[in-house]
Design a protein around this ligand. Structure first.
Ligand SMILES: Cc1ncc(COP(=O)(O)O)c(C=O)c1O
Length: 390
């Protein structure tokens, strides 16, 4: 077989979301696109912010010397300087350009970092449910993912995390606001975690995966993990904030308070190169510096969240409104989420079973669909809950 056994196994277990997405394409052909309500992928359909489009147009127009050249593997120094200033302002932590590394999206950031950090067999603790690709990123570098359940409200269980720390623990991945649950981890829990990490007998890093940082609702504020956790490394991207996931631009920010921050920055600069990324896309690096304050239109997402949550509540679903990110992690009216996903599918509604994120009894619905899709889907959700109870 030309494909390795491990990759064949990974493909088999990784195909949840994509399988539903492909099923959607088939069903749209069969039943007509207007009759299929596809809530599977977190692929923003809103237009990128105006400032971002203008910045890109200007950069192409100006075509300044070096715009399309190689630059230091960590990225353009002036772009990194700008970002460091913003992070210093927001976190109070003295970031400089030598703590910032521009990456190929957030996935590129995490792979670059894990390659630099992990020895074979090293352990990375991940609160569950989680973004399903973490396990593969960790396996890429022969690490071992150690899942830890969150509580019934999907909050961090600090005692459970502490109980999983061993001499092989190198990192903990935190994702707040969370995909799939929409939970924002409160400051108090982050302080508790910091105390646990300070007690550990070796340095353990927190990888703060923050691509949904700007997606917060009802006046909530997402705490700055780097302000609280000393050994923090931020991994993030503009994929969701600017609706540009296909463009692949993100960064790593290594806290200057981290033990051996400089060695890790040098290592990541090297791993970014040898993983074949070389550097993050040049024109997008420059665009981030030209439109530093561009944000998503949260009102659009909030309206869709409220329409969906209120409509589902009226039909008898038990709904917990997400505080942030753009997913609803919905409790299924029957315990078997696979079965309920099938019932929904028969009604033309596509969702991802919670099992794919490591928590059965739930489905994930993405709010990146149009408002019209949300409104027209509600009667079909109502029929599905009735059918599940007969
Ligand atoms: C929690 C989380 N982390 C990382 C990523 C990867 O982001 P990017 O597309 O910027 O690589 C995603 C994408 O959906 C995500 O949901």
């Amino acid at each position: 077989m030309i494909v390795s056994e491990s990759v064949s196994r990974q493909i088999e277990s990784a195909s949840w979301i994509r399988r539903m997405f492909e099923e959607g394409i088939r069903m749209k052909k069969e039943r007509g696109a207007e009759n299929i309500f596809d809530f599977t992928l977190g692929n923003p359909t809103e237009d990128p912010p105006e400032d971002v489009k203008a910045a890109l147009r200007n950069l192409v127009e100006e075509n300044a010397p070096g715009t399309h050249s190689y630059m230091p593997n960590a990225g353009f120094p002036e772009v990194r300087r700008n970002l460091a200033e913003t992070l210093k302002r927001d976190t109070g932590v003295p970031f400089t350009e030598n703590h910032i590394l521009m990456t190929v999206g957030c996935a590129g950031a995490m792979n670059t970092l894990l390659k630099a950090m992990l020895n074979p067999g090293d352990e990375v603790i991940v609160p569950m449910p989680c973004f399903p690709d973490y396990q593969f990123y960790i396996m890429n570098f022969s690490g071992k993912m150690i899942p830890v359940e969150t509580d019934e409200n999907f909050e961090l269980d600090i005692a459970a995390i502490e109980s999983k720390i061993t001499s092989r623990t190198r990192a903990i991945i935190l994702n707040s606001p969370n995909n799939p649950t929409g939970v924002i981890y409160p400051e108090a829990l982050l302080h508790e975690l910091e105390e646990v990490l300070q007690r550990a007998d070796h340095p353990i890093a927190v990888i703060s995966d923050e691509p949904y940082k700007s997606f917060v609702f009802d006046g909530a504020k997402c705490p700055e993990t780097a302000s609280i956790i000393s050994n923090c490394i931020i991994a993030t991207s503009w994929s969701k904030t600017w609706s540009i996931p296909g463009e692949r631009i993100g960064y790593l920010a290594i806290s200057p308070q981290l033990t051996e921050a400089n060695a890790l920055f040098q290592a990541c600069t090297f791993t970014n190169r040898i993983l074949g990324f070389i550097n993050a896309p040049a024109i997008w690096q420059l665009a981030t510096a030209k439109a530093p304050d561009a944000l998503p239109d949260l009102a659009i997402y909030k309206e869709k969240r409220d329409l969906l949550c209120d409509g589902l509540s009226r039909s008898g679903y038990e709904v917990r409104k997400p505080q942030g990110a753009f997913y609803l992690f919905l409790k299924t009216p029957i315990p078997d989420d696979m079965e309920f996903t099938k019932i929904l599918q028969n009604e033309g509604v596509l969702a991802v079973p919670g099992k794919g994120f490591g928590r059965s009894g739930y489905i994930r619905l993405s709010l990146t669909v149009s408002r019209d899709t949300v409104v027209r889907s509600l009667p079909f959700f109502a029929r599905a809950i009735k059918k599940s109870k007969v």
